[in-house]
Design a binder for this molecule. Sequence first.
Ligand code: AMP
Ligand code: MG
Length: 349
Amino acid sequence: MALHGAQARAQRRRVRLQVGLLLLAACAPPAGPEPAIELRGSSMGTTYSIVLASLPKGLAADTLHAEIRGILEAANDQMSTYRASSELSRFNASSSTDWFRVSEGTRTVVAEALRIGRLSGGAFDVTVGPVVDLWGFGAAGPSAVAPTRERIDAALREIGYASLHVRPSPPAIRKERPELRVDLSGIAKGFAVDRIARHLEGAGVRNFLVELGGELRAHGSSPRGDPWRVAIEKPSPQGTTIQQVIRLENRALATSGDYRRYRVVNGARYSHIIDPRTGSPISHALASVSVVDASAMRADALATALMVLGPAEGLRVAERDGLAVLFLVKRGERFAEVSTPEFERYRLE
Ligand code: AMP
Ligand code: MG
């Protein structure tokens, strides 16, 4: 959904490594476990890994995988901005300001995106696309120079989630201004993770871990019979060393960070996460934000929102709303951990 070319391949490789570690943490050699089944592939511009600790009798892994592919395809058909025929691409291309009928999935994601937009005081804004493009992170690809203040101000005048509306029935979205467009990259992966988990539960699978581009959800128990353990990485561009291992039961974990996707222009390093209030890439000491929540969609959007807000404001919002969050803050060569009380219960002692 968001990545292209060499950068995307490099990221996929790193994500795979990360998943390797994660599984290492999740499935360390136990005494007499059931063999885990892993379903892997690529979708939404990234990779996925689904680990099934056990399968109900009569259910074939291949059948399940085909069904999961179907769910991912449907999410791309709804929300990919890299697929010209997707619902969202057609909405973006349209200059109509009337209601535009969408699927239940797109409606759900846009409604939640607007809610997180309000909750974060505009730090999370799914209409920020034109500014993301200006900084060279959009579909148009990288640019050699940083944009001028005039161009940023012009792009800022085009955006604003307050001009985007959603209605439940029949499901539809509407823009007040013809040029407004929507990019759900900061929330759609979490939505897909939730949908896959719901499907697995419906099929009678009880013990599983779903991961898509670093957003994940764990249900039931791991192959060794205890709760799943997942690793939160140290935020470094090359490495995949573990900062913290947490225990997840029927919960989602989403992480947002600027340590993987960034661009260097004239020696300056630019994050792919843009602060819609200034029009510039975020530039604070926050290296990553991890959020645990009952919903992967919510955790995904919150992680991006808190990443924009930064360590001080982000912590204030997390505490205000009782969110389970771990902030990793750069302190020279090291990372300081700042977390909310709600996060503490997931830590492995
Ligand atoms: P994530 O990896 O979930 O943190 O999402 C990052 C992606 O969200 C970026 O690649 C952009 O496409 C998009 N994005 C960047 N800044 C924002 C923002 N302030 N609000 C919402 N989405 C954003
Ligand atoms: Mg996100």
